[in-house]
Design a protein around this ligand. Structure first.
Ligand SMILES: NC(=O)c1ccc[n+]([C@@H]2O[C@H](COP(=O)([O-])OP(=O)(O)OC[C@H]3O[C@@H](n4cnc5c(N)ncnc54)[C@H](O)[C@@H]3O)[C@@H](O)[C@H]2O)c1
Length: 318
């Protein structure tokens, strides 16, 4: 037996957003039906960032993502998030592949937010607001454009260059530079910054808005005025992760918000165990922390495609 080694070029070649959307949605369904296993994410904090170990098992496979988040990396010309997945056979434990997972992280994060929007945003949503135009913004845009017929995408970032780069990367989509208030007044709003203080004010969010709160994925990070959470139906990917490191973590620690106020999880909604949006004026928030089943579902997709296509490097690793 051998282990496939899939570098960033291979992963990029093997990935497509439509298939990632289906794989992640299916993983949510399996999870809610008790067919996945996923212990809590383990954090290792160091001086300039942190590492996270994210194991999961799905039918036929298991694996772990080892991901680093170092916000200062941009000044060193390195991505702030870097990751590797070890993908195993569930039955024997054999390491079937080692693959670059920074790109997988970005794709599955975009897909999970767009799936949340599919169930929680108004069906006639036409405008998307991106607050933060860095690495994640690219795949958020791809995923939402795969589900919604977007007429306008309002982009705000404190870096004018990040906005220009995003607009240049998607010449066929209706992107425009906007103020943060305009971006927040979109039908679907994605917050994609490493902020540690609320940057989106309650009064900017209109009735009927769906917000994907993606940037806060570790203790101390937050992007929304807690009054947005208070006014909204809040859905999480995983309640424990959200309470300790998601958008709700700071308000929970401050005693302003209780995890009991969370409506439910996205996997429960996808599996039909809870309903999605209830009416046109409801404000909904998806608190995304990123869960390991998303990564392993995408790793499975990539592995199976690589084996089917052939021609990728393999080693006798063990
Ligand atoms: N929820 C998840 O599953 C998940 C997955 C991956 C990354 N993340 C998180 O998403 C965030 C963004 O990740 P990334 O890879 O795109 O990072 P990045 O560094 O590539 O981009 C972040 C962007 O946010 C901008 N920004 C910073 N502060 C801002 C502010 N106050 N207002 C507007 N823009 C601001 C920066 O200029 C930059 O362009 C990080 O916090 C990361 O940890 C979450």
């Amino acid at each position: 037996m051998s282990t496939l080694i899939l570098d960033k070029n291979a992963v990029r070649r093997l990935l497509g957003m439509p298939e990632v959307l289906s794989a992640v949605e299916e993983a949510f369904r399996l999870h809610a039906e008790g067919k996945a296993a996923m212990p809590p994410k383990a954090y290792l904090t160091v001086e300039r960032g942190d590492f996270r170990a994210m194991p999961a098992a799905l039918p036929g496979c298991a694996g772990i993502k080892w991901v680093s988040v170092h916000p200062g990396n941009l000044s060193r010309n390195l991505p702030s998030v870097m990751a590797v997945i070890i993908y195993n056979d569930r039955e024997t434990g054999y390491p079937l592949a080692v693959m670059e997972a920074t790109i997988i992280t970005a794709y599955r994060t975009g897909a999970s937010a767009a799936i949340a929007a599919k169930y929680l945003a108004r069906k006639n949503s036409r405008t998307l607001g991106l607050i933060g135009a860095g690495y994640q913004a690219h795949t958020q845009l791809m995923a939402h454009a795969g589900i919604f017929d977007l007429e306008k995408v309002n982009v705000f970032d404190i870096s004018a260059e990040a906005v220009s780069n995003l607009i240049k990367a998607f010449p066929d989509l209706p992107l425009r530079r906007s103020s943060i208030e305009e971006a927040a007044a979109s039908d679907i709003v994605c917050t994609l910054t490493p902020s540690r203080r609320p940057i989106v004010k309650r009064e900017w969010i209109l009735p009927g808005t769906h917000v994907n709160a993606v940037g806060a994925d570790a203790a101390g990070k937050e992007e929304l005025d807690p009054a947005v959470l208070k006014a909204a139906t809040v859905v999480v990917d995983d309640l424990k992760q959200a309470a300790s490191g998601g958008e709700i973590n700071v308000p929970v620690a401050q005693g302003i918000y209780s995890p009991d106020e969370v409506y439910g999880t996205l996997p429960e909604i996808v599996a039909g165990k809870r309903r999605g949006r209830a009416d046109e004026r409801q404000i909904t928030v998806f608190d995304s922390t990123g869960i390991a089943i998303e990564d392993i579902a995408v790793a499975k997709l990539i592995y199976e495609r690589a084996r089917a296509q052939g021609g990728y490097p393999q080693v006798e690793l063990v």
